[in-house]
Design a protein around this ligand. Structure first.
Ligand SMILES: [Zn+2]
Length: 254
């Protein structure tokens, strides 16, 4: 079904090429990233590049049935605003942007949408948007944070440092495999976790409290990125591609 190395990535195509491809396209894959700090050892492109590169590999596996759009490069990152450089959209703005992207693709005949999310702060918006697409446009829509949501078992097997989730052993490993230019290998540093805040999270894990990110980690990173390896990243990415492509093949046939 797939042809090695071929992907319908919109920014690499002309309109006659898109027109020729559309009769076989059953699905749009929309990478959604962020432009936010990732500690002292990773660039602002981290989430955007991760979701984009993963989506392109997914597009290869599903060729010629998936059209991969350029990434939405700015997400909901208000919790990172105390770190210089971070840019955030209001949740309402991201909802509007994603709905406009979907309405545009819908006008070209696409009826199934998968958001390949690269940033946890976008989660609430993606739940709202996928429901809205289903309920108001009548199309199928889904989202997952890639590859992590699909590979928690593989993650637990390989990633051993505590308090992961941002520029950590797991995420840095994935980027060492997918897009190493986002990582400053000579600056890899463990997260400087704020003990008293982490103790409250550990004691009451069932409540969701609004926080700024520097309240939980002084340097903006979690976990221990010094333990990251491209081999761990490859295991997470390859298993994630297998599982998400299998899901999307079913999704495309519905
Ligand atoms: Zn990230």
């Amino acid at each position: 079904m797939s042809e090695v190395g071929k992907c319908l990535y919109l920014h690499d195509l002309t309109w006659p090429e898109v027109k020729a491809a559309l009769p076989q396209v059953k699905l749009a894959i929309i990478p959604v990233g962020s432009t936010e700090q990732h500690g002292p050892h990773a660039t602002f492109e981290m989430d955007t590049a991760g979701s984009r590169e993963f989506s392109k590999l997914l597009g290869e596996r599903l060729y010629p049935h998936a059209l991969v759009t350029p990434p939405v490069q700015i997400g909901v990152s208000s919790h990172h605003m105390r770190f210089p450089g971070t840019i955030t959209l209001q949740p309402e703005t991201l909802i509007a942007v994603l709905m406009d992207v979907v309405r545009s693709l819908h006008a070209h005949g696409i009826r199934r949408f998968f958001f390949a999310n690269g940033h946890g702060g976008n989660s609430a918006v993606l739940t709202i948007v996928t429901n809205r697409i289903r309920h108001e446009l009548g199309c199928l829509a889904a989202w997952a944070t890639v590859p992590y949501d699909a590979v928690s078992d593989v993650y637990d097997e390989h990633v051993k440092s505590p308090v992961n989730g941002h520029s950590c052993e797991g995420e840095v490993s994935v980027m060492l495999h997918l897009y190493p230019r986002a990582i400053r290998k000579d600056a890899l540093t463990p997260g400087k976790i704020v003990g008293e805040v982490q103790a409250r999270i550990d004691k009451w894990p069932w409540v969701a409290e609004g926080r700024f990110f520097d309240e939980g980690t002084e340097n903006g990173a979690l976990g221990d990125a010094t333990k990251a390896t491209p081999e761990i990243g490859k295991a997470l990415v390859e298993t994630g591609l297998d599982r998400i492509a299998e899901y999307l093949r079913d999704f495309m046939e519905r």
